[in-house]
Design a protein around this ligand. Structure first.
Ligand code: SAM
Length: 236
């Protein structure tokens, strides 16, 4: 269970209505039963349910069961797509170890607003389900130009370019040989990147273009693919 609270032996964590309901009515747990907690900073802790009611629950924190481990540090910047599929992207990117999820608004992005609270909820649920000890940082949407300006100079921006580029495996294996620089992927919208956007991106020193093969993948498929390949070739 993810809690946004400090975790220390002897501490007490108070849960709100949703999580109390989950414990009481979904997991059907009662006082004295054990729960695993994580807050994204202090590893995993065993806690015991002190009390659980309809609208609240108190957990007594007992001991740390797993230390905080270094999580993979790969970012995913992606042009938002329609609701169900963006939720899918948030879940799969979390399962595949993304540390930052950053919606980026490009010229052909057909979605004009992103519910980041819902994305965060999807990421928390996926982190709990995939036994991660951290939850990705879901950023507020940025225009492509703002993302480029804010992108850290020491982080490779790997552009999934549907118009072509070296095969991703080749690009990432180069990364593996060199001391691993930090990296992030950029996935375009259903309508693809506009030509001026590709020109702008290709000229940037910290951008590496990669192809995901001959076939044209849907944006959510491409997001999942790049992170799965990263996990296989470079990840933890
Ligand atoms: N531009 C395409 C079109 O003409 O409809 C659609 C873009 S595709 C649906 C969405 C995004 O997925 C692309 O912008 C790119 O980032 C990524 N993508 C899809 N297929 C890819 C491939 N074969 N190689 C690299 N990136 C790909």
């Amino acid at each position: 269970l993810y809690v946004d609270a400090p975790l220390a032996a002897g501490g007490v964590v108070a849960l709100g209505q949703d999580q109390a309901h989950y414990l009481k009515n979904v997991l059907r747990l009662g006082p004295g039963e054990g729960v695993a907690l994580f807050n994204g900073r202090d590893g995993e802790w065993r806690a015991e349910i002190a009390s659980v009611a309809k609208k609240s629950a108190d957990l007594a924190v007992i001991e740390q069961t797993r230390p905080q481990r270094a999580e993979p540090d790969v970012w995913l910047a992606f042009a938002p797509i329609k609701r169900a599929r963006i939720d899918f992207t948030a879940q799969k990117a979390t399962e595949l170890g993304a540390s930052v999820l950053w919606p980026v608004m490009t010229r052909h992005t057909m979605v004009d607003r992103v519910n980041t609270e819902r994305l965060r909820a999807n990421a928390v649920e996926a982190a709990e389900q995939s036994d991660r000890l951290t939850v990705p940082d879901v950023r507020e949407p940025a225009k492509l130009e703002a993302l480029i300006e804010a992108w850290p100079a020491d982080r490779a921006l790997i552009l999934a370019d549907e118009t072509g580029g070296p095969p991703i495996a080749e690009a990432l294996s180069m990364h593996r040989e060199r001391p691993m620089t930090r990296a992030g992927f950029l996935i375009g919208p259903e309508g693809g990147f506009a030509e001026p956007e590709l020109d702008r991106l290709r000229k940037l020193p910290f951008v590496t273009r990669v192809s995901l093969g001959e076939r044209l993948l849907r944006a959510d498929t491409a997001a999942l693919a790049v992170l799965a390949i990263w996990q296989a070739l470079v990840g933890d």
